[in-house]
Design a binder for this molecule. Structure first.
Ligand SMILES: [Zn+2]
Ligand SMILES: [Zn+2]
Length: 331
């Protein structure tokens, strides 16, 4: 049975409203959060820059009796979270708060695409993707820029800041991995964790090594999960899917999933030196959709890198190739 997608708004804590927005071209929803405080509202994430999505936000702001969006805090710059930033936080609009490691990703990804498209193409080639596929895959970058209208950050976050959002006070938690400057927001008095894409109830978020990632995203991601679970939040409010409660259980499931994948990849490379593309094909089989192929390669690379960092694999690089092999037995 197809999953029913229910857009709309609900109050998830006193004065905190979850608004479910459509994601154009995708079969899914993104949850953004409104924090009401009399005539103003603060917003966590803003959906894609489509008329339907932006009108839904404006209607929600009016519905809670507010006239103005004061702050827009963005968990990370992926299109479904940051897309409408330029519309909501443009001139005279809200102040945009963004982690400083997200700031330098915006221009290459959404404004001056050519350099990043070339860089991604080279990255695909050195990792073993055939020429014709690399051309198509690197161009997939361009489609995303259509649903994103960038804005400059008024405040660049480091992590650990206390932000007044509506009538709540939330702490910024830097949780890199899915994106270099991904943040969660934690409300300590009620134990509310606004988790962005970091901790999702059903999906394992894509953790990839690519030109715009940090150098060891999988370890950082797993570390961030542990830190968030240690708060023992009472309610986790994710950006996709429904709110849930068992952070420790979810983190254990996600960690086990990645541990299994690390073992699978180790097994694949045990037969001899390979490129990441070969590993991804063996692991996932040929993918139909170009976007899935790129995600599979990035995800495979994040695991390969983690294994190399742990000394369980060797990584060999040259200007034209990146290869992975089992460690040589020590003499
Ligand atoms: Zn994301
Ligand atoms: Zn997302």
């Amino acid at each position: 049975m197809p999953r029913m997608l229910q857009t709309g708004m609900s109050e998830v804590a006193t004065g905190v409203f979850e608004l479910r927005l459509p994601i154009p071209f995708e079969d899914g929803l993104v949850n953004v959060f409104l924090f009401a405080d009399g005539g103003v509202v603060d917003l966590l994430d803003c959906g894609m820059n489509s008329d339907e999505s932006v009108s839904a936000i404006r209607a929600a702001v009016a519905h809670v009796g507010a006239k103005k969006i004061r702050r827009l805090v963005v968990t990370h710059i992926h299109p479904d979270h940051y897309g409408a930033a330029g519309t909501i936080a443009g001139d005279g609009g809200a102040d945009l708060y963004l982690h400083r490691l997200e700031v330098p990703l915006v221009n290459p990804r959404y404004v001056e695409l050519e350099h990043l498209v070339k860089e991604v193409q080279n990255y695909l080639l050195v990792n073993g993707v055939p020429d014709d596929e690399a051309e198509v895959l690197s161009n997939s970058q361009r489609a995303l820029s259509q649903v994103v209208k960038p804005a400059d950050a008024a405040v660049q976050l480091d992590g650990a800041e206390l932000l007044d959002m509506g009538r709540k006070q939330l702490r910024v938690e830097w949780t890199p991995g899915h994106s270099p400057g991904h943040i969660c927001l934690y409300e300590a008095s009620e134990g509310l964790l606004f988790a962005g894409d970091h901790m999702l109830p059903e999906l394992s978020p894509n953790i990839g090594l690519h030109p715009q990632s940090t150098p060891d995203p999988l370890h950082e991601y797993l570390d961030g999960l542990k830190r968030m679970a240690a708060y023992e939040p009472l309610l986790i409010l994710p950006a996709h899917g429904r709110p849930f409660q068992d952070a420790a259980g979810r983190v254990a499931t996600l960690a086990a999933h990645h541990a299994r994948r690390l073992d699978q990849i180790l097994e694949i490379v045990s037969s001899g030196e390979k490129s990441a593309w070969q590993v991804a094909l063996e692991l996932w089989g040929p993918r139909e959709h170009f976007y899935e192929k790129r995600l599979a390669l990035q995800e495979g690379l994040a695991h390969l890198q983690a294994l190399a960092v742990e000394g369980r694999l060797e990584k060999l690089v040259s200007p034209v190739s990146v290869r992975w092999r089992p460690p040589r037995a020590k003499a």
